[in-house]
Design a binder for this molecule. Sequence first.
Ligand code: GMT
Length: 375
Amino acid sequence: MKIGIVCYPTFGGSGVVATELGLELSKRGHEIHFITYNQPVRLELLNKNVHYHEVNVPEYPLFHYQPYELALSSKLLDMVKLHKIEVLHVHYAIPHAYAAYMAQKMLLEENIYVPIVTTLHGTDITLVGSHPFYKPAVTFSINKSDAVTAVSQSLKEDTLRLFDIKNDIDVVTNFIDISKYDHGFSDCQRSMMADENEKIITHISNLRPVKRMEDVVKIFYNIQKQIPAKLMVVGDGPDREKAESLCAKLGITKKVIFFGKSNEIDKILCFSDLFLLPSETESFGLAALEAMASGVPVISSKTGGIPEVNKQGVTGFLSEVGDVEDMSKNAIHILSDETRLKEFKKNAKAEAIKFDIHNIVPQYEAIYERTLKKS
Ligand code: GMT
C-alpha cells in the first residue's frame, strides 16, 4: 500500500509512534510518505520505501497566526496526486484530522477518494481537544474519518465520554520494537553516571505541567534519604526551571542530572533501575513502556491508560495522582531488596514484550485494508 503519515515530528510520543509505525510498514513492503513540517526526529534513514515531504508555511505579516492547516491540506492533496497515496493516516486529531478531511474533499472534486485513518493519542482529546474552542471541529473530524483508533481502552472511553462520537473506535495500543532493546550494551556506561552503590532513577517527558515534575523531584528526594541514588531527567519543557529550583531548595542538585532532549533514550534506560511517571493524566505512557522494554520497573500514577501498561505489584506500582508518599514508599520497597528489584525488572520486560511492534502493526494494516474496501 502507499500510505501517507501525518504527525508532529517532535520528541512527543505521538510523533515517535507514527515514525516507528511508518518505518516498520516500510520494512513490510509498503511505500510510506511522511508529510510533516520537519523531518520526524526518529526518522533517520530515508530509502526507496520511506519518503519525507516538508509542509512549508510561508510567513506573511498580515497573519497573526500562520495558516498551517491550509498549507497541510494543500500539501496532502498534492502528495496524494503525485505519489498515488492510497490511505492517509493522521496521528493526533488537532489539526491533522481536520486538514486531512479538507484534502479528502478537495480530492473528491477530482474524483479521487483517499480514506483517512485518525489515531487519537491523548492530549488531543483530554487536554486540548475537549476545550470548547476546538471541540466542534475535533468532533466533526473524528466523525468524518474513515477509521478512528485510540492508543488505549481508557482513551477510547474518554473520547466517547467527552465527544458526541458516531464512529466506531478501534483500540490499537502503542508499541515498542523489542528487538531494539536487546542492544547488548555490557555495563551501559553506568559507572559514568553513578557510584556502584547508587541506584539510578529516571524520568523522561516533555516536562509539561501534566507530568507533575514537582512530584518527580519529591519522590526522588524521599528515595535518596534512604537509598543512595541519582535522578536522571530526560527531555525539556516549561517546568524544567521549576524542577531545578526545587532540587536546589531540597539540596539535591548534585544528585540530579537534567539531560535535556536526547536521542539516546535506550542508553539511559539501559542503566536505569526505576522509572517515575507520576502524571496527572496519560492516555498510555509510551515512556513507561519504553522503560519496561529495557527491564526498568515503573512507579506511576493510576490514571488514564497507564494501568493498561504498568501492572500493579508486578511491573511496578500505581498510586493515586499526587500521592507522593505512597509512590516514594513503593519505590523504596522495590529498590531496597536486590532480589525483589531483579524480579520487578524481569516482569517489566516480560510485560513489554506483549506490546511488540510485530503484534501491533498488522492491526493497522487490517484497518487500512478495511477503509480501502469501503472506498
Ligand atoms: O505526553 C505528552 O504530552 C505528549 C503526547 C503526544 O502527543 O505525543 O503524548 C500522548 O501520546 C503518547 C503516544 O500515544 C502517549 O503515550 C501519552 O500518554 C500521551 N500523553 C498524554 O495523554 C498526556
